[in-house]
Write a protein that binds this ligand. Structure first.
Ligand SMILES: [Zn+2]
Length: 171
């Protein structure tokens, strides 16, 4: 008599991550990752990142950086980019917000409490300084996010440029 194995989670199993299929790239979200021949790895056609696989844990990790960045397949999409052994908790997010908000508020408050005499040639300066502080600190946070998640900004710009060329050549 044939053994009957009951598979209560056959829907989940059907969408299990395996290296035979093609998946969206978790880094650029524009390309697709596909198994590399003769290698236990997958590569993205668009951003050229290479991922190593952990099929038991349904995870892939970005191979070309230390500590590696890891994503887990939930059956439909990649979730939770995280660094191995590092948990990006709310403390980091709070620090990022504080880094942007604190200097801007401080400079803005100083300009508000000690306003420049109206009509003086440099009366615009405190306001411009506050805006500059906001933009520069926002830039630092954005740069850290781009570095951390290895967001391929260059590849995005290339894709936008190619699409623009296509639109222009059609008209
Ligand atoms: Zn990619």
């Amino acid at each position: 008599m044939a053994q009957f194995t009951f598979k209560p989670n056959h829907k989940i199993l059907a969408s299990e991550f395996n290296s035979d299929r093609v998946y969206p790239c978790p880094v650029c979200r524009l390309g697709q990752i596909e198994a590399m021949p003769l290698m236990d790895a997958m590569a993205c056609h668009f951003c050229n990142h290479i991922f190593t696989l952990n099929l038991d844990r349904q995870e892939i990790q970005l191979a070309d950086r230390q500590p590696p960045l890891i994503w887990r397949w939930n059956g439909r999409a990649w979730t939770g980019a995280h660094l191995q052994g590092i948990d990006l908790n709310w403390g980091y997010k709070l620090a990022a917000v504080a880094l942007v908000a604190f200097p801007t508020i401080l400079i803005g408050l100083a300009a508000y409490i000690f306003p420049p005499s109206p009509g003086s040639s440099l009366s615009w300066f405190p306001f411009a300084w506050a805006v500059l502080a906001l933009l520069s600190h926002l830039g630092i946070v954005l740069w850290l996010v781009i570095e951390f998640y290895q967001i391929p900004v260059g590849a995005y710009l290339r894709a936008i440029g190619q699409n623009m060329q296509r639109v222009v050549s059609k008209t």
